[in-house]
Structure formats: structure tokens, C-alpha cells
Design a protein around this ligand. Structure first.
Ligand SMILES: Cc1cc2nc3c(=O)[nH]c(=O)nc-3n(C[C@H](O)[C@H](O)[C@H](O)COP(=O)(O)OP(=O)(O)OC[C@H]3O[C@@H](n4cnc5c(N)ncnc54)[C@H](O)[C@@H]3O)c2cc1C
Length: 502
């Protein structure tokens, strides 16, 4: 497997390297090409699209009709620019390839690559070269990171049972494989993202027994003007309402899953109504039977490993996520490094595309030694409106503090290392482990295969709590989760094979 990534002479160099071929990365590539740059795009997936436009396998000859997608036309336009760049020899695409390390150099950046988990060769549209010839290192004059995010998860008793997935995982499974990972679903957590997941399941013939939304929707009322500023979101929402009515999907607000039941896989879920802080209301518990799949989603966590390796400035966003700080030109605090999409704050695909376009244009201009006007007035207004919408969404759908009340001491929080909540609580109160790093040192939470991507937020909240309940995760604790000198798993042999100087 690693043979494909032995160093092959000098590392190729590009004006602009973009990591991530989702909405932000594809838009950055299109505008960097327009700006005359020689561009390289790298993505761990086998084909472009990212999370939002994840689609059926092109390698298997499948043609996606866009039925499960929104803004499919935007994807097709960006994809046409991408393919034209490849055909013109100005864009090099590296799919099924992960960037595991990035470093600053005198004249830009060097990136270390590895085959993505499970990939046996460099493939995907336009990938550059046969197995055995692809370089393990590349250099960039300007770097755009557009690595997106992943589902934010909170533990609940029974969540380790087979059949429980991240809500986004269910959607990704459906979009990619054109089949459902179950028959009768419960989708739970918070935020508008639960809607497309449930609608997609129903559209594909699955049954959604309930969507449990922990907030009520009144949080939107004082912010209705911000929602009105992005009418496309309103239209998308109306489509979901229609789909819910058509498929008779029960949408229960102020409701949470308190326990997932089953002997060796999911069989049922227990739900309850909650108050504003997410605390269970007495006498409201009920069981939904005959459930074989549960999707959990509490928003998204930006994937900050690569920006963190370069030491970018970060901040806490309205949803409690750690995000990278950028200026109006998408420039980070590190010279030559631009960031776009979920890394700068979870805000959806349309915002990711806007930011990507700006980042690609600025990167290309800087690589030419020119400085450009960051963005037009129209672009800046659109970004502002999308950001205002995102903030309203985060405030209307907070993670309710009461979630930790339902987490018994026996509930596994770190599933990789099998660390139960009781152990974390003990470490927090008896040993004063009040951040994720010291929790990791004492309990091993976050030390396993996923490196804290699944449990990191919950561990940070429990560490900030009172020894039982959860507190607000601090920026420092979340930053420790993001700090990984090796951003993606790779065989030791690939590190050993790097030239000494690297
Ligand atoms: C599973 C999932 C499903 C989603 N579905 C929806 C939806 O239906 N509707 C909606 O509005 N929003 C959805 N979102 C939110 C959505 O992802 C974003 O709004 C949008 O896709 C963000 O675009 P992006 O370009 O920033 O990131 P992404 O689309 O996430 O793209 C990032 C890309 O970077 C690549 N990458 C990351 N790290 C590396 C690395 N080290 N090396 C190489 N490549 C790397 C990834 O493979 C990915 O293709 C979803 C999110 C997730 C996680």
C-alpha cells in the first residue's frame, strides 16, 4: 500500500495547493485557475464533492442524477472548471490521498502525503500518475486549507450498540452507496441538519419513526431577520417541511434520546421531553420500539489538525466549536495560509463556496506576487449574510447543558479506548484533570483510533463540569484535541521513507 508514496526525487511545487475538494476547495480551485495559478488539489476521498456533494462512485461507472442533493448545479459548474483545469494541464488532482503533515518553509509550505485509509493507489479523476510514482511530498507557494468538519457527537447510554451512527454518517452512506443502513430510524440531536438526513431516508424508502430535536424552534424568533437575509435557506426548509408531511415523519421538539436499547444491536430507543436547559421532564419518558438504526448529530466540529500544525490563531464560535480566525480575504494569522469553509466556522455549503472563491483568488494573486482586493462589496455582503444566518442557527440550536445528566457512570464516552464517564468524572474531581489533554493522560480518553474526534468535545465538556454535569468546553481544551503532529493515520514505514532532511 505505501509503495505508491515512496519519495520520487524532488517534491513537485505548485503556486497554490488546496487541501479538500468539498464546496470550499472546489470553489478555491476554480478561482485560483482563473487567476492563472498552477494548482494541486488533494483529498482523502476517491472523488471530488466533499461531504455536501458526496455522490455515487464514478470509478464504478455510476452517474449521480443529483436527486439527493441541493445546489447540484453549482457542483456541476465547479466540477466543469475542475475538469477543464485538469485537461489543460494546470490542475493536478490527488484523490484517495491524505495530508498528514504540513510545515512552513522559507518560500511557502511542504505537505507530506499518504494513501487515505483503505486506498491502495492514487485514483480519482485526473490523479497524477501510476501507482509507485506518486511523490510523498509536495510544495506550495500558497496553501488553501478547506478540510471541512465532521459530526459532533455526545454520548448517551447504549450509543456503542451496532446500528447507532452519526447522522452525517447515515447521510454519507446513503449518498455514496445508494442504500440505507437500516429500515426504521430515529434521528436525534439538534440543528437543521437533522432535516435532510430524515428526508433523505424517507425519500429512499426508509421509515423515520421520529426526529428528536432538543431545542424548540422559538430560538429563531428574535433572529428571524437573519434567516430572512438568506432566502435560499427558507426555501430549503420549506422543502423539508413538505417532505416531512408527505412521508409523515414525526418531528418532536424539546425531545431527546435518553437511552438506546438492545442486546447486541439497536432494538428500541427511550426518549423524553426536556426543559430549556435539556433537563428531562418527569413523566415524559416513552419507548419507540422496532428501531434498527439511530442517527445522532449535535452540529459539526471543524477539522483543525492541519491549521493547528501551523499554529493559526483560533477562537470559540457561537456553537462552542473551536474555529480558525481569518480576515476578509480568508487569510489566516500565518502568512501565505488561507482557510475556507467549515474551518472558519460551521456555516453550510453556500458560505463555503463563497469563502473558497475568495481564498483561491487571493492565493493565486499572492503567488504571482500581487495583492488583490480581498473581495467585492457584493461578495462581502453575501458572506456577512451567510455568517449572520449561521450564528442565528447556532444560537437557536445550542447543545443543551443537561445532556450529561443522562450519561451514567457506566456509559462509554471514549469508545476506542473504552473509557466510561465515571472514570472521567473521577479524574476530573479527584485528580483535577480539567482539560482534554490531562484527561487523556490520566484515563486514555482520546488516545485510540479516532484520536478524540468522536469523544473530544464531550471529554472537554465533562472536564469543564462540576464532577458530574458538563461545563462549556474551553478554547484551550478544544485546541488540545486539534493538536496532532500526525493528522491522519499512516504506516510508520512512510515516515521512515522520507528523505533525512524532511
Ligand atoms: C457527513 C456530513 C454530511 C453533511 N451533509 C450536509 C447536508 O446535507 N446539508 C448541509 O447543508 N450541510 C451538510 N454538511 C455540512 C457540510 O459538510 C458543509 O456545510 C460543507 O460541505 C462544507 O464544505 P467544506 O468544503 O468546508 O468541507 P467538506 O465538504 O467537509 O470537504 C472537506 C474535504 O476535505 C477533505 N479532507 C479533510 N482532511 C483532509 C486531509 N488531511 N487530507 C486530505 N483531504 C482532507 C475531506 O475528505 C473532504 O472531502 C455535512 C457535513 C458532514 C460531516
Amino acid at each position: 500500500m505505501s509503495a505508491a508514496f515512496r519519495p520520487t526525487g524532488a517534491a513537485p511545487s505548485f503556486d497554490v495547493v488546496i487541501v479538500g475538494a468539498g464546496p470550499a476547495g472546489l470553489a478555491a480551485a476554480a478561482s485560483a485557475l482563473t487567476g492563472g495559478a498552477r494548482v494541486c488539489v488533494i483529498d482523502s476521498s476517491a472523488q471530488p464533492g466533499g461531504q455536501y456533494w458526496r455522490h455515487a462512485s464514478e470509478a464504478a461507472g455510476l452517474v449521480d442524477d443529483g436527486r439527493l442533493h441541493h445546489d447540484w448545479r453549482t457542483y456541476q459548474e465547479l466540477r466543469a472548471d475542475f475538469d477543464a483545469g485538469i485537461a489543460a494541464g494546470r490542475l493536478t488532482a490527488r484523490f484517495a490521498t491524505s495530508v498528514w503533515s504540513v510545515r512552513r518553509e522559507a518560500a511557502g509550505f511542504s505537505l507530506a502525503l499518504t494513501p487515505a485509509n483503505g486506498a491502495s493507489s492514487v485514483d480519482g479523476p485526473g490523479s497524477d500518475g501510476p501507482e509507485g510514482a506518486a511523490p510523498a511530498l509536495i510544495r506550495a507557494a500558497r496553501l488553501v486549507l478547506a478540510t471541512g468538519g465532521y459530526d459532533r457527537q455526545l454520548p448517551v447510554p447504549g450509543w456503542e450498540l451496532p446500528g447507532v451512527m452519526a447522522a452525517g454518517g447515515i447521510q454519507a452512506f446513503l449518498k455514496q452507496n445508494r442504500m440505507l443502513p437500516g429500515n426504521r430510524f430515529v434521528i436525534a440531536g439538534t440543528g437543521p441538519f437533522l432535516l435532510p438526513v430524515a428526508a433523505g431516508i424517507a425519500q429512499w424508502g426508509g421509515e423515520v419513526a421520529a426526529v428528536c430535536e432538543s431545542s424548540d424552534l422559538t430560538g429563531w424568533l428574535p433572529r428571524a431577520h437573519r434567516a430572512a437575509g438568506v432566502p435560499a435557506k427558507g426555501l430549503e426548509g420549506a422543502e423539508y417541511v413538505a417532505a416531512f408531511l408527505r412521508h409523515r415523519i414525526p418531528y418532536r421538539v424539546r425531545t431527546v434520546v435518553t437511552e438506546i436499547l438492545g442486546s447486541d444491536r439497536v432494538e428500541a430507543v427511550r426518549t423524553a421531553r426536556v426543559d430549556r436547559s435539556g433537563r428531562e421532564l418527569a413523566g415524559t419518558s416513552r419507548v419507540i420500539d422496532d428501531v434498527d438504526a439511530v442517527g445522532l448529530g449535535w452540529g459539526f466540529t471543524p477539522q483543525l489538525e492541519l491549521p493547528a500544525q501551523l499554529g493559526v490563531a483560533t477562537r470559540l464560535d457561537a456553537d462552542g466549536s473551536l474555529v480558525a480566525v481569518v480576515d476578509a480575504a480568508q487569510r489566516s494569522s500565518v502568512p501565505g495560509l488561507l482557510l475556507a469553509g467549515e474551518l472558519t466556522g460551521v456555516g453550510g455549503a453556500a458560505l463555503a463556496v463563497l469563502e473558497g472563491r475568495i481564498a483561491g483568488r487571493v492565493a493565486a494573486a499572492e503567488a504571482r506576487g500581487e495583492s488583490v482586493l480581498a473581495a467585492s462589496g457584493g461578495e462581502l455582503r453575501s458572506v456577512r449574510r451567510q455568517r449572520a444566518f449561521a450564528e442565528a442557527m447556532h444560537l437557536a440550536h445550542p447543545v443543551p447543558a443537561g445532556w450529561a445528566d443522562r450519561v451514567t457512570d457506566e456509559t462509554l464516552v471514549c469508545r476506542c479506548e473504552e473509557v466510561p464517564a465515571g472514570e472521567l468524572r473521577h479524574a476530573q474531581s479527584a485528580l483535577a484533570s480539567d482539560d482534554s489533554r490531562s484527561q487523556k493522560g490520566v484515563t486514555r480518553a482520546g488516545m485510540g483510533w479516532c484520536q478524540g474526534r468522536v469523544c473530544g468535545f464531550a471529554v472537554s465538556c465533562l472536564a469543564a463540569g462540576d464532577g458530574h454535569g458538563a461545563g462549556a468546553a474551553s478554547a484551550a481544551s478544544l485546541a488540545q484535541n486539534a493538536k496532532r503532529p500526525v493528522a491522519q493515520p499512516l504506516p510508520l514505514g512512510e515516515i521512515a521513507a522520507l528523505p533525512d532532511a524532511e
